[in-house]
Design a protein around this ligand. Structure first.
Ligand code: MG
Length: 181
């Protein structure tokens, strides 16, 4: 079995939601970035934990997953966010831009139909803060059909934690291909 994809969200995962008072998490550093198509005098402020580049690289270097951005930052994930974490250029899922007012227009994550088509029958671990019960049912169904699927869902106010990556690596190491290496 080929290595599973590691689909990686940014908002609510690498950039936790702000606290009620708008303060930056103590562990994170503030950056101003200018997404593509946005005026340079109107940057977006983000906060990133500098340790997470290293943690993610520890996972990527194992070669046991194929990392891909899966975020509404789209290409900006590669050009803006990744470099701030010291990550190499990673591919990204070129998500559509639906006119929606909720992240669950059909009761499940808006990205999912596109991701489902993009994945085909490939195994994947997908880190996103915004799955619903229907997404978890989708993952279970894919797994039953022979496409092992793990959803990892950080609390968006805390974002990704080291134990999420431990969970991921434990899961990956138990896949059939990994066992034969
Ligand atoms: Mg998110």
């Amino acid at each position: 079995m080929r290595p599973p994809y590691l689909l990686l969200d940014i908002d609510g995962v690498l950039i936790p939601f702000p606290n009620a008072d708008g303060s930056t998490p103590a562990t994170h550093a503030r950056h101003d970035v200018v997404p593509a198509g946005r005026s340079a005098d109107n940057p977006v402020t983000v906060w990133l934990n500098p340790d997470y580049g290293r943690l993610l690289m520890d996972v990527i270097r194992t070669g046991l997953v194929t990392p891909v951005w899966c975020t509404s930052w789209r290409q900006d994930a590669t050009t803006l966010i990744g470099p701030l974490l010291g990550l190499p250029t990673l591919p990204y899922v070129d998500l559509p831009r639906p006119q929606i007012t909720t992240s669950h227009p059909n009761g499940y994550l808006w990205k999912r139909d596109h991701v489902d088509a993009w994945l085909g029958d490939a195994p994947t671990v997908w880190i996103d803060d915004d799955f619903t019960g229907l997404d978890h049912a989708w993952a279970a169904e894919r797994t039953v059909k022979g496409a092992p699927t793990l959803l990892v869902q950080p609390d968006p106010h805390h974002g990704l934690q080291p134990e999420h990556l431990t969970e991921l690596m434990t899961w990956v190491s138990q896949l059939p291909a990994a066992r034969t290496v």
